[in-house]
Design a protein around this ligand. Structure first.
Ligand SMILES: O=C[C@H](O)COP(=O)(O)O
Length: 330
């Protein structure tokens, strides 16, 4: 049986230790040595949802842990300041006071709020005093095909507007063309433009073709200074999956073994069910260890996961399921 992931002592504000990845020199021998055994990865990934059964208080503890690791996200063309302010209010109080009190918990917030550049100032103002960071998707999100100098400028503007985390998108063509030097150089320049803001590199894995490409792109981004690697924008036709996650977190494990540097992981896109969140947390604990279950090293990129988690917690406390429309935000 899995042990509870959250206690009333460790579930307060996001525990950001603000360690950074300085990056390392590009090592092409290391990159070329990286392989991915797709069938073995898929077999291992297929066993994960089936054998996880976490019930009652243990389940509630894991779900509270999951909330603290959510980058609560809105990335829609029709985003408004009012919607972003509602999202921020939800990030401050993701679970009703009644449910929290029944669980003997307090001070739970989401890990961050994630928005487009235009919404950064609104989110920063709405989260003032909460300690909740604002993450901005940047660099011509989601395709990353705007002129390079404009992508760099976008990062600078988001940081100036108050974003303390920047989610960049990589140029998928550099991976598909095997142009690893270009990917490394791009990552280094983007990291440099971020200054003190943490940088998450979105690989858009659904567009990279093979798991070997995913593994190599993960490694290059870490060498180039990414603090986190993130699966997807949420806009690809295939977003976060367990095989991709296994591939990326093993790349994180290898990078840590070789350099001693901790890199965070953010699966994003299409994660909307509480039981899937628990599967991801269990995978992280098994492959990387409990240190990676803190919000400075693990986040879910999700726009609707919180709503399902709330429903499950409410059921745990009251014995009844509320209608999904009662949890419209998050
Ligand atoms: O980075 C976060 C994703 O865009 C969220 O995707 P989602 O709307 O499928 O949860």
């Amino acid at each position: 049986m899995l042990q509870p992931a959250t206690t009333s002592q460790d579930a307060h504000l996001p525990q950001l230790t603000l360690t950074r990845n300085p990056g390392v020199d590009l090592d092409m021998n290391w990159v070329r040595s990286v392989q991915a055994n797709t069938s073995a990865i898929e077999r291992r990934a297929a066993t994960l949802p089936a054998r996880r059964s976490v019930k009652k208080d243990y389940q509630a503890a894991w779900l509270l842990k999951a909330i603290t690791c959510i980058d609560l996200t809105t990335l829609s063309g029709d985003d408004t300041a009012a919607r972003v302010r509602r999202l921020c209010a939800k990030a401050r109080h993701p679970v009703s006071a009644q449910v929290l009190a029944a669980l003997d918990m307090q001070g739970i917030t989401t890990g961050a709020v994630c928005v487009y550049h235009e919404m950064v100032e609104t989110a920063v103002a709405a989260l003032q005093g909460s300690g909740i960071p604002v993450a901005a998707v940047s660099t011509g999100f989601p395709a990353g095909l705007s002129p390079f100098d404009l992508r760099i400028e976008e990062i600078r503007r988001s940081v100036a507007a108050g974003a303390s985390e920047i989610d960049i998108v990589i140029s998928r063509r550099h991976v598909l063309e095997g142009n690893w030097q270009a990917l490394y150089d791009e990552m280094r320049e983007m990291r440099s433009a971020c200054g003190d803001a943490h940088v998450k590199a979105i690989l858009a894995t659904g567009e990279l073709g093979t798991l070997r490409n995913v593994a190599r792109a993960s490694l290059i981004c870490m060498m180039g200074g990414a603090d986190f690697i993130k699966t997807s924008t949420g806009k690809e036709s295939v977003n976060a999956t367990l095989p991709v996650s296994l591939t990326m977190i093993r790349a994180i494990r290898d990078y840590h073994a070789a350099t001693g540097i901790h890199i965070g992981y953010k699966p994003a896109g299409g994660i909307s069910k509480a039981k899937d969140a628990i599967t991801y947390l269990a995978l992280i604990k098994e492959e990387l260890g409990a240190r990676w279950l803190q919000p400075d090293l693990f986040r879910f990129g999700a726009s609707s996961l919180l709503g399902d988690i709330e429903r499950q917690l409410e059921h745990h406390v009251t014995g009844n399921y509320s209608a999904a429309h009662r949890h419209p935000m998050g």
